[in-house]
Design a protein. Structure first.
Length: 232
């Protein structure tokens, strides 16, 4: 049996990833600042109170899950200000950067050296967002942090090329969770995400958004201003 680590595991996508990993036979290590009681009971997992924005706590998590073969760096938050980016406060920008971006950085710094040292195949799944692949005029600081997460995942994947450690990035649209009352079922998403990781997919995203992502890339390459993205 191997260990699967999931940050932000108390609810939403994180809880669903933990359940999906447990169904596959993994020993699950759950990390969150919120209560993990329900998910721990459902998965039989080890619950740890971990703030991903704290490098020392993430090192502690990696030490407690030293046999991890799947690391889901999923923790993320949405700010209260969902307007234009300049409308978000300094505090909000700082907190979203600390959790959404530096939480992933701290996870990579804590786990990658251990995964490489083991010499065994391992998988890293980073949760970003559709808002990390296309740009919307609203969302406050959220979209910028998720764009940074996608770029960080690309950089990590390139750096780990020709090693036994793979990187995938999950970029869902709306998912029913504490962040949204509407959207995809988180358990279905988690199952599909882990299947995609096994298949070696880098970006995991809703297929109806592939055309807008390609259009965005073409407009950037052509020096054109952005257009409002719509699913096809």
């Amino acid at each position: 049996m191997y260990s699967a680590v999931v940050t932000g595991a108390a609810s939403g996508i994180g809880a669903a990833l933990a359940r999906a990993a447990a169904r596959r036979g993994a020993s699950v290590v759950l990390a969150d600042v919120a209560s993990l009681d329900l998910v721990a009971r459902a998965t039989g997992g080890l619950a740890l109170s971990i703030d991903v924005s704290d490098p020392a706590q993430m090192l502690e998590l990696a030490e407690r899950a030293s046999d991890a073969r799947l690391v889901c760096l999923n923790a993320g938050i949405v700010g209260a200000q969902l307007g234009a980016p300049w409308e978000a406060s300094d505090e909000e920008w700082r907190r979203l950067l600390e959790v959404n971006l530096l939480g992933v950085v701290n996870g990579l710094r804590a786990f990658v050296p251990r995964l490489l040292a083991s010499g065994k195949p391992a998988q890293i799944l980073i949760t970003a967002s559709l808002a990390g692949l296309v740009a919307f005029p609203t969302g406050g600081a959220y979209g910028a942090t998720k764009h940074a997460v996608v770029g960080l995942a690309e950089q990590a994947s390139l750096a780990l090329d020709e090693t036994p450690v793979s990187v995938s990035v999950l970029c869902p649209s709306l998912v029913r969770s504490g962040m949204s009352e509407v959207g995809a079922d988180p358990d279905e998403l988690a199952t599909l995400a882990l299947e995609a990781v096994d298949a070696g997919r880098f970006v995991i995203m809703p297929p109806e958004w592939a055309a807008p992502v390609r259009e965005r890339a073409a407009r950037l390459a052509g020096g054109l201003p952005p257009s409002f993205p719509r699913p096809r």
